[in-house]
Design a protein around this ligand. Sequence first.
Ligand code: GDP
Length: 439
Amino acid sequence: MKIDIRSLTVDENVTFKDAFKITSRTLRTAFVLDKNHRFCGIITDGDIRRALMTSAKMEDPIKNYYNRDPVFIKDGKLNKQDVNPEEVYIIPVLNTDDRVIDYKTPKDLRRVAFVSGITGQDGAYLAYFLVKKGYTVVGGYRRTSNCSFEKLKRLNILDKIRLENFDITDLSSIMRIIEKCEPREIYNLAAQTFVQISFDEPYSTSMYTGLSVINFLEAIRLTDPSIKFYQASSSEMFGNTDQPKQSENTVFRPASPYAVAKLFGHLSTKNYRNSYNMFCASGILFNHESPLRGLEFVTRKITYNAAQIKLGLSKELRIGNLKAKRDWGYAYDYVKSMWLMLQQDEPDDYVIGTGRAYSVEQFIQKTFEYLNLDYKKYLTIDETYFRPADIECLTSHPEKAIKKLGWNPDVTLLDKLIKIMVDADLDYLQNKSEVKVEN
Ligand code: GDP
């Protein structure tokens, strides 16, 4: 790769865009222009430069070509003493034909993600995934008496993320976080997520799960509309649908206060995308489970109780509606789709699920079979777990996510998911709490 930087020296005839065309995407350098768009240096990311020198067996390309020492970006931050504050920094984003499609400032280079709901199952797995990708992860949580970082500890990532106390019902609290942490991506996973509780606490569920989404959208609009936003929508929004499989085009018929609130958040996300041209994506995720799923959800309740029975710590599993069918996947596969949605050129909505549904009874049977137990000996039907309205069956149609995101719903099928959960629960009950992430 040869770059003739001399064509860039302060030459009034080189147009702003022409100047950028010769920047290489792989090189990830940026021209430093002054306020009149005159070239006065370059900046580059030290790691990328090193990698390039190794792969292309080059001498230091920056010094060779630019005859000026580069200014390094370290952890996304410019080294202050190397920088003239009067200079402006603009990074061209090139497509595969090396055509400029966008300009960014160094701020955009930093991979900082803010994840609300960091103490939950999805927050913990997403944080794990993003940390592995090299992100600085800021996790938002609400300081309450029962606030616990147990899931982050079980994934062994508590010391790898930055925690920030905040309140999703308070716009100023979210704006403060954005100003302080300058995230490029925000994942809103915070909510009251348990359907059954939403019947007992409809008002607070509407506020936490629904209305608060507006606070994120408004905070982004008012502070930095270039931040990408992910909203955790839910298959519960489909309710008792007449479609055998549910896609992005299926009509929503929410059947619980939780689902009504999620639908509000979903439609608001779409509305901000369309009204303000903001990058707001929403993932309509079908049930996704893991060893970190709360014990109040049926799958974890089953695997945990079955493990207890196996170890002689319990004799019974008390369950509600056995006939309800759900499309259950593995949470770690699903958080990958959240990230993929924010890496697309255009924001959109995506259904994420395996495309296969099983009944609660089938889940119980498979779990007990895995432990060589006869589930019928331990099962008790308990009316208290029935809901005022329940959804009989949910099955995803994830074609769009497969085609557009390249997301693979076949990574973890039900038998493997049950094995992951039961094995982890057996360990947990025997004081081995670390959870291995299966890829
Ligand atoms: P949801 O789909 O988000 O509501 O996830 P859950 O895991 O809470 O419930 C899935 C299905 O399991 C629902 O149709 C419940 O009615 C049914 N179910 C049957 N017994 C139980 C139980 O003991 N606890 C829970 N949480 N759900 C149960």
